[in-house]
Write a protein that binds this ligand. Sequence first.
Ligand code: SF4
Length: 65
Amino acid sequence: MRIEANPAVCIGAGQCVMTAPDVFDQRDEDAVVVVRQPRPGPADEAAAREAVGLCPSGALSLREE
Ligand code: SF4
């Protein structure tokens, strides 16, 4: 699977970072999401999926490969 983020839509709420801190981070200057692991390994996959579902702005999407 591959995670994609749309920074233009992200509102910097941070749920993704709280849910999957190894997969997501936020920029220091404006809290916009940064995807640290676009293809999460098995240990982070479930948390990454959960984070995509929790994002309040719909900035995150997930593509099965
Ligand atoms: S949960 Fe969504 S809106 Fe919040 S920082 Fe992550 S991508 Fe941005």
